[in-house]
Design a protein around this ligand. Structure first.
Ligand code: UD1
Length: 366
């Protein structure tokens, strides 16, 4: 009998992680009966559907439609709806990805029904318990049966927390699988069209994404950063695709800027467009986890507006640095004067992570 596996996604950064595993696992129907579930944590076209299109993912078998809300409300709705699916499907394994509320809600629900859980992207830690994602990571890892880590620091964190070594598998970074496969579909003419669409030139613009509550829920912090970016746009064009959370908080106040038109605030981009741009800016300013990794892959300078990161490898081996409002100007000057570090590729960020996971699952008694 094939192993029935439910793969769970819910929010934008999950979609690039589920896609490579979905296509790899589908290749072995005698081993696996995969079921794809989308909790609906992200539901806008630009935050969800367009990613399914770019990643060649089929319609999910289940869409729970949980939507937004407070953490308690959202996680509770995920759990209520997911429990019904588990009772109907009775899978052998649930696979969760990353650190979003869907990861947490689904792993707890499965474990309470005694269903084994595998966590892809296990072991990452920011050591900052004010981040909702840190709570999601720690709880998910503490109860998961199989932990697939993207980098060796993940293994170390898990071992330090007392996770049995035999549960931990260093498989590499699954986001890079998706990145490599979308790059095969981005040729020069596509890149050129995307640059032209936003009026940008290769190597001569700044790409910005900010959505963490710590940066965008405090109006003062957001206003200061927007002013900084507005001033910077007089030196170099800036493209800022805005996440819905950020958009709600900006609420039109940027209209007051004395702008030269070079500070472009646009809707969230589709994956393919974003990657085409991320390959070739002067630098990226972000607070996203995945973008810290992707810029390391591209060897593009990355400034992360946070006081910590759960992805230290992007600083130690990659092109990333943490910045604050206090030192961002100084870091920008270093990049503009070409005094930025060269990165190197972390181990097993090679596009074969999904294959390693499937090979391991094939050999496991679950
Ligand atoms: C979530 C994840 C975060 C991840 C981010 C990527 C958690 C705790 N956080 O944060 O780790 O980096 O996704 O995007 O799971 N909204 C829409 N349309 C949507 C989705 C959300 O308009 O499709 C709006 C709603 O007003 C909502 C707000 O955005 O209240 C925030 O969405 P939510 O899913 O709560 O968290 P994110 O900030 O997106």
């Amino acid at each position: 009998m094939p192993m029935k596996v439910i793969l769970v996604a819910g929010a934008r950064p999950n979609f690039m992680k589920i896609a490579p595993l979905w296509s790899e696992i589908k290749r072995f129907p005698s081993y696996f009966e995969p079921v794809m579930l989308h909790t609906g944590q992200h539901y806008d076209y630009e935050m969800s559907k367009v990613f399914f299109e770019d990643l060649n993912l089929p319609e999910p078998d289940y869409f729970l439609g949980v939507g937004s809300g407070t953490h308690g409300e959202q996680t509770a709705r995920i759990m209520i709806e997911f429990e019904k699916v588990l009772q109907e499907e009775n899978p052998n394994l649930v696979v969760v990805f990353g650190d979003v509320n869907s990861t947490l809600g689904c792993s707890i629900t499965a474990k309470k029904l005694l269903i084994p859980v595998a966590h892809v992207e296990a072991g990452l830690r920011s050591f900052d318990m004010t981040m909702p994602e840190e709570i999601n990571r720690k709880v998910t890892d503490a109860i998961s049966d199989i932990l697939f880590t993207p980098s060796k620091d993940g293994d170390e964190n898990l071992i330090y927390e007392g996770v049995e070594r035999k549960k931990i598998h260093f498989v590499g970074n699954i986001m890079i699988d998706s990145l490599i496969s979308i790059l095969e579909r981005i040729d020069q003419s596509y890149e050129h069209r995307v640059l032209e669409k936003f009026g940008l030139q290769k190597g001569n613009f700044v790409l910005v994404t900010l959505h963490r509550p710590s940066n965008v829920d405090n109006k003062n912090n957001l206003w200061n950063m927007m002013n900084f970016l507005n001033a910077l746009s007089f030196r170099m064009p800036i493209l800022f695709p805005v996440h819905p959370r950020t958009k709600n908080n900006i609420n039109g106040f940027e209209k007051g800027f004395a702008s030269n038109g070079a500070f472009k605030i646009v809707e969230p981009l589709r994956y393919k467009e974003f990657v085409a741009l991320e390959k070739c800016p002067k630098f990226v300013l972000t607070d996203s986890g995945g973008i810290q990794e992707e810029t390391t892959y591209f060897n593009v300078p990355c400034l992360t507006l946070r006081s910590n990161t759960e992805r230290p490898i992007t600083i130690i081996q990659g092109t990333n640095e943490l910045v604050s409002v206090g030192n961002i100007q100084e870091k920008v000057e270093l990049i503009l004067s070409r005094n930025w570090k060269e990165g190197r590729m972390p181990e097993l960020w090679d596009g074969k992570t999904a294959k390693r996971i499937v090979d391991l699952l094939k050999g496991m008694e679950i």
